[in-house]
Design a protein around this ligand. Structure first.
Ligand code: CA
Ligand code: CA
Ligand code: CA
Length: 630
């Protein structure tokens, strides 16, 4: 918790430092920071995720059970009436089964409930009505679940809480359980809770229960994770023992070692998957025997490779977690590809007798062969940044070593905002190096780039000095570093997967940072959202995400090049908008309000290239402008 406070403290202090930059003599050490309270745009899921869309009766019967072991971010609509909490695979540490529901200070789309530092009721997970009218207080009805504060996210503070409420037959919500916030002790798993339902005010047709959290409402703060919600009769307060074995997660995302997704050309040099290890858990008090873990690779729904190591000779001990290492058969080769494709990698447990929840016996992960190389798993659990005095020379970079000669044509970055700081004006440049020590620069964006939060992934095509598209060739087996250089000491806020630690192997560090003029391996134990797009790859027309603001505005500049008058026209809009003009160093040279077809008088500008940024209807667009005085 101290660390959390410390980072918030640092970030807030830096914000003040930024505002007062030349009035303040404060100096802060350069460091990598976890950006607490970062929030990341989740996919807009209202329409696309309806994974079950089961139609069920308005009133459910016992048993009620959900362990969230599925791939929707929306809890099962056949069991839950509504939810602003979201299901995910990434946040839970040692969960009862894969998939947990996470509560924080953002709604389901990843948008904070409040723009200010308000505090209050945040997410709610509400059950459908359940028929308890046929039961009596002696039927031993219990609602049980597992919970975990923080997990791989942000620890809730003491004032924060997770609560459970029951609705009685008079339509009143009655508080049943409260847990105050705390950070997660090392090694602490999910805790079990069982709440008896004996009061007759709850034994009626239409009973509902709900989970709620109280949190800071301005971002992705104060995480709670719950799993394995189970409501039934004939139970007791101790029966956390459920006759169930479940997959938890693979230990790494590196089946295309060390990458999570591969470019087509790189795939063609490999055509294989690598060794990996996955974890599973026995929730019962029985030894599960026989238990046969394995993995399967499918493409277009057809299994093309199955690997079943010898079954575990002693089974899986009661209430234990175990893991299985998987090593592909010698010389096994996946099929060749000539176009982009997605492989499904399934980790499974074969049991002779079906257990309580057969669905959690297998976990499926997608591996894309497309136009890019990535380390991250596609789900962000945190945010990464560098903080320090302003006007430093900060940089961070991924190291890649590819079998295939290719060219880099773009970089995709996933940004995460953090509260209290307007990162959208923080200039940065993309850089590519062939060596960090000594530093050998292959490429730098000729003008400043700015973060964009409107979509999960923002693609920055490599540009030359005249704004032409360009590529950077890399040789076969050559090492290349792709990263970001920033001059401001305010963290940019890059989303980060925390399930993948790219710097785990001291012999082969893959994430490097330059804080003080010297490159060193980063201490970050995650994988930031930076993906490198290769030229050889087929053109991918859609990035696999849905923009939060799908209508991109079309802005044109006239005349361009210009001398001193500029018209900034936003298509189909006659509303005023904000514009800013930056020079290639990222310095703002002019800004103001304007409207389409209204002339902007430019100040005296030197000849050269500038960037015009327009912000309108929560969208931002940047367009190059050339100033050419006679
Ligand atoms: Ca689960
Ligand atoms: Ca199971
Ligand atoms: Ca993740």
């Amino acid at each position: 918790m101290m660390t959390v406070f410390f980072y918030i403290f640092v970030v807030m202090k830096l914000y003040l430092y930024f505002i007062l930059s030349f009035c303040s003599a404060l100096i802060y050490a350069q460091q990598e920071v976890k950006i607490q309270g970062a929030y990341f745009p989740l996919h807009d899921t209202d329409n696309i995720y309806c994974f079950t869309c089961k139609t069920t009766a308005d009133t459910l019967s016992l048993p009620f059970i959900d362990d969230f072991s599925y791939y929707s971010i929306i809890p099962d609509t056949s069991l839950w009436k509504s939810s602003s909490a979201h299901v995910n695979l990434g946040y839970g540490i040692n969960p009862p089964s894969f998939g947990v529901v996470t509560f924080n200070g953002c709604n389901r789309k990843g948008i904070p409930y409040s723009a200010t530092s308000a505090y209050g009721s945040a997410d709610t997970l509400l059950s459908k009505p359940i028929n308890l009218s046929t039961f009596t207080p002696s039927d031993n009805i219990y609602l049980s679940f597992f919970y975990q504060p923080q997990g791989l996210g942000d620890a809730p503070e003491l004032k924060d809480s997770l609560i459970v409420e029951f609705k009685n037959s008079s339509n009143q919500w009655k508080l049943q359980w409260v847990k105050k916030g705390s950070s997660l002790a090392t090694g602490q798993g999910f805790r079990f809770v069982a709440l008896p339902i004996t009061d007759t005010q709850f034994l009626y047709k239409g009973f509902q229960f709900r989970f709620r959290n109280f949190a800071s409402l301005h971002g992705d703060f104060d995480h709670w994770h719950i799993d394995y919600v189970y409501l039934n009769n004939n139970r007791n307060a101790q029966d956390s023992i459920i006759n169930d074995v479940s997959v938890q997660y693979p230990i790494t995302q590196h089946s295309f070692s060390p990458y999570s997704n591969l470019s087509l050309k790189e795939y063609q040099t490999r055509q294989k998957i690598d060794s990996t290890t996955f974890y599973f858990r026995n929730l019962s008090n029985n030894t599960i025997l026989p238990l046969c873990p394995g993995r399967r690779i499918s493409r277009y729904g057809t299994p093309i490779y199955t690997e079943v190591p010898p079954c575990l000779p002693t089974g899986l001990s009661p209430m234990s977690t175990d893991k299985q290492s998987l090593t592909p058969f010698l010389n096994y080769s996946l099929d060749s590809l000539t176009k982009p494709s997605t492989f499904k990698e399934t980790f499974f447990l074969n049991q002779t007798t079906p257990d309580f929840i057969p669905a959690n016996d297998s976990l499926q992960i997608s591996r894309e062969v497309s136009d890019y190389i990535s380390y991250d798993d596609g789900s962000a659990e945190s945010g990464y940044g560098i903080s320090g005095p302003n006007q430093g020379n900060y940089a961070f970079a991924y190291k890649y070593q590819l079998n295939a000669a290719d060219s880099i044509k773009a970089v995709r970055i996933g940004f995460s905002r953090h509260w209290g700081i307007d990162n959208s004006t923080l200039a940065f440049k993309i850089r590519i190096w062939s060596s960090l020590t000594p530093e050998v620069l292959l490429y730098e964006t000729p003008f400043s780039l700015f973060p964009d939060y409107s979509k999960t992934w923002i693609e920055y095509t490599l540009k030359g000095i005249t704004n032409n598209d360009t590529t950077i060739a890399i040789p076969a087996n050559g090492i290349v570093y792709v990263g970001i250089k920033q001059t401001s000491g305010i963290p940019l806020g890059i989303a980060s997967d925390m399930n993948t630690n790219v710097n785990k192997n001291p012999a082969d560090y893959r994430f490097w940072v330059n804080l003080t003029g010297t490159w060193e391996h980063s201490t970050w134990q995650g994988a930031i959202f930076l993906r490198t797009v290769m030229k050889s790859g087929p053109s991918v027309t859609s990035v696999p995400s849905k923009p939060l603001y799908p209508n991109r505005m079309n802005v044109t500049l006239f005349p361009n090049p210009t001398q001193n008058i500029l018209y900034i026209n936003v298509e189909n809009s006659m509303k005023p908008f904000l514009f800013s003009i930056f020079d290639l160093s990222g310095k703002m040279v002019h800004s103001g309000m304007s409207m389409s077809y209204q002339p902007v008088n430019l100040p005296n500008l030197l000849n050269g290239m500038y960037i015009v940024q327009v912000i309108h209807n929560q969208e931002k667009t940047q367009i190059p402008l050339v100033v050419s005085q006679p």
